[in-house]
Design a protein around this ligand. Structure first.
Ligand code: DGJ
Length: 723
């Protein structure tokens, strides 16, 4: 059993195939963490210090010597003797916010329950996970806390979250409630995070932990371009193949905080959850509050293995719906081909030409609704612009379908243009606070998704278009962050609930759509990859990674994104930008979902031939990329000349190796060692016919000195196992 309670030493032991996590109920019913790391087979427990030092507090029962200030607290609370960053703070009706929870019971069961209204990971069958609920209570505030741990053994994943229930007869306010808290016994780690901005998302940043608090957060109303809700702690010196690595990823699309504090004992506390500065939540007597879920991964086999564990887990236990497993249509998107300047004939011309290349779906991007001919109007008016699309939407879709392509459409449901019929009818529906003119971002306001009446209106408009037309894909965009955060409907004491209520509102609308239209493929987007997070993967199996489609810049974006997000989710298109030829553009886009973002009527015959061949290769290797294991071989963040990666099929029978030269090196000498193959098996180079052992390919490697290439060139080599 993955979860066991040992009455003798009062420990809960949570085991995955390669990791163990141990919690102990100790003095005064405090809950402490004894261990998280490589699998420990027996039931002995490490003797982890929890004693007061001379200078630290032992506030409860001085004789027991227990100090919350230096003990490895399982879920740290504020103000009761632990001075490090805390995971929970409850303010009671007196206004006091000292919080102190003690163990009161537990439950273990097979499977995992959903979180009401919040997207989360799931089990395909009950045997895939076991869940531990630990109950703890603050006797003074009356806050009852449930700590949830769902253990997915096969993926070395523990999914964590908490619920706070108001067991008192008075109101209480949650000032902070993190999804995860973890105390590690040393600080010999590097913190890895993903920073960026529009068109430059998810750059890998690695820094050594230092004493004090460090970390990342977003207060933009979305998980954001700027910091991703992912961090890892990698043992100093750990690399792609070696070393202890802990990965943490929050299944949430709103404001978040992921922090690490190294204290005076040189231990490390990690907390991850909803950003406390922009949050509070009032609970009436008997009500409860659920946090989103944080996914925790541990491996002793380096950063690459951490990523593969996330990828496999997300492909199997987070992404859902028809297109979790069914092959997704390869699409052409109208945005970079036409921007707002299109009509029905132009789109049908795109479809005709794209069909010849092997494309399977045409997506009509921004500009089809209201009076929208630029980004200054019409968001919120979700009816077709018949001046532009003469003959109507149904007619256009039929023409595209007649060319043999499916049809997809763009929406930005969480926004409203000041120049729109919807805004003129409901000026109070935009996110704003009383007495202040809200800021414009890309000439638009955010619509108040925390309001049900607003969501119902958007839902009805979308339902009409989607139920009357053969639409098989939606690109859901979100092009600005949330300033002037507030909802006129929220009373004074609930104002700080706005951001979380907004996220819940978005989830509600997405949920209605995916359940009513289960055959529609959703692609999430946020001015490129500004909301690339696990929660969005619950609704949209693919996410547009960036508006930057330059293949060299994309290498950085794709390497960074792959830290925790699988290739199956990565929206990657070939565009008309000219930094490299089409061969390299395609080879880079074949890391992700692949698609076209260009006007196909402008392609030369030679360019069209390259794309047609690459699309054939894409179709042929769809499963390998979509379900295979990724090995990052040469990172553009570490090598100025080139990047290389490899996909290996789950049965290790086929691999695709890609090398891209970002900058020509003078007198290169290049040996690349492949990864993930069977050492004893033999593999045939598809191009040369040469047969080499897995051991040779992984230990001696490939000598690619003569293939190293000119700037912008690339090579793809396939190897197949021979019997
Ligand atoms: C931002 C997206 O990232 C683009 O692909 C495109 O859909 C535009 N928005 C449309 O406004």
């Amino acid at each position: 059993m993955p979860i066991n309670y040992n009455e003798k030493n009062k420990t809960f032991k949570l085991d995955t195939e390669n990791s163990s996590y141990i919690i102990q109920i100790c003095e005064e019913n405090y809950l402490v963490n004894l261990y998280y790391g490589a699998f420990i087979p027996d039931s002995c427990v490490p003797n982890r210090s929890r004693r007061a030092t001379n200078a630290s507090f032992s506030p409860v029962n001085p004789r027991c010597g227990f100090s919350p200030d230096s003990a490895p607290m399982e879920y740290a609370t504020s103000g009761a003797g632990d001075f490090r960053i805390s995971a929970l703070e409850i303010q009671n009706s007196n206004g006091d916010s000292v919080t102190d929870i003690r163990y009161s019971g537990y439950k273990i069961y097979d499977g995992k329950n959903e979180i009401p209204m919040i997207p989360s990971s799931y089990v395909n069958d009950k045997g895939e996970a076991q869940t531990l609920e630990i109950y703890a209570k603050d006797e003074v505030t009356g806050a009852a806390v449930t700590l949830y741990y769902s253990v997915f053994s096969k993926y070395d994943v523990i999914a964590r979250r908490i619920r706070v229930t108001n067991d008192s007869s008075e109101k209480m306010r949650i000032e902070r409630a993190f999804s995860l808290c973890l105390d590690l016994p040393d600080m010999n780690f590097d913190l890895i995070s993903l920073y960026g901005c529009h068109a430059k998302e998810r750059n890998i940043e690695r820094r050594r932990l230092a004493h004090g608090i460090q970390g990342v957060s977003s207060r933009r109303g979305s998980s954001s371009h700027n910091q991703n809700p992912f961090i890892a702690l990698a043992q100093n010196g750990a690399d792609e193949e070696h070393g202890d690595v802990y990965g943490f990823n929050l299944v949430y699309s709103g404001n978040f905080s992921a922090l690490a504090e190294c204290d005076f004992n040189s231990t490390t506390r990690v907390i991850m959850g909803i950003d406390p500065d922009t949050f509070s939540w009032e609970l009436d007597s008997g009500e409860f509050f659920d946090t989103p879920e944080a996914i925790m991964v541990y491996t002793s086999f380096g950063i690459g293995e951490m990523s593969r564990l996330f990828h496999r887990f997300y492909n199997n236990n987070l992404i859902r719906g028809r297109y979790k497993t069914e092959k997704r249509p390869l699409l052409i998107n109208s945005w970079e081909a036409a921007y707002f300047d299109f009509d029905a004939d132009k789109l049908v011309d795109f479809a005709k030409e794209a069909k010849k290349l092997g494309v399977e779906m045409l997506v009509m991007d921004d500009g089809w609704f209201g009076k929208r001919n630029n980004d200054c109007s019409s968001l919120g008016d979700w009816y077709v612009n018949e001046d532009k699309l003469k003959g109507g939407l149904g007619n256009l879709i039929k023409r595209v379908n007649d060319e043999g392509l499916k049809f997809g459409i763009w929406y930005e449901p969480e926004m409203i243009s000041p120049d729109s019929e919807l805004f003129r009818a409901h000026p109070d529906w935009c996110v704003h606070v009383k007495g202040r003119e809200p800021m414009l971002g890309r000439n638009q306001y955010v619509i108040d998704m925390s309001r049900k009446d607003v969501r119902d209106n958007i839902w009805e408009q979308m339902y009409k278009v989607l139920s009357e037309n053969n639409i098989e894909y939606i690109k859901w965009d979100f092009n600005r962050n949330i300033s002037d955060a507030g909802s006129v409907l929220l009373p004074h004491e609930r104002k700080k609930e706005f951001f979380h209520r907004f996220a819940l509102g978005t989830y509600d609308l997405m949920n209605r759509l995916v359940t009513t239209f289960p055959n529609i493929l959703f692609e999430n987007c946020s001015g490129g990859g500004g909301r690339y997070d696990p929660a969005m993967l619950c609704y949209s199996p693919q996410i547009w990674a960036s508006d930057n489609t330059d293949p060299i810049d994309r290498l950085y974006i794709q390497f960074g994104t792959s830290m925790c997000y699988p290739a199956s989710s990565m929206g990657a298109h070939v565009s008309a930008n000219d930094r490299t030829g089409y061969g390299t553009k395609c080879n880079v886009a074949r890391w992700g979902t692949f698609g076209l973002e260009l006007d196909p009527t402008y392609l030369t015959d030679e360019e069209a031939d390259i794309i047609r061949d690459e699309i054939k290769e894409y179709h042929k290797n769809y499963e390998l990329v979509n379900r295979g294991d990724l090995y990052r071989l040469i990172s553009p963040f570490e090598n100025p000349y080139r990047a290389a990666w490899q996909f290996v099929s789950p049965d290790k029978s086929r691999t695709m190796f890609t090398l891209v030269t970002m900058r020509k090196e003078f007198r290169p000498h290049l040996i690349v060692k492949l990864r993930g193959l069977e050492p004893d098996a033999y593999y045939k180079n598809e191009r040369t016919g040469e047969v080499l052992s897995g051991a040779l390919l992984m230990n001696a490697g490939l000598d690619l000195t003569n293939t190293a290439g000119q700037t912008g060139e690339s090579t793809v080599i396939y190897f197949d196992k021979v019997e």
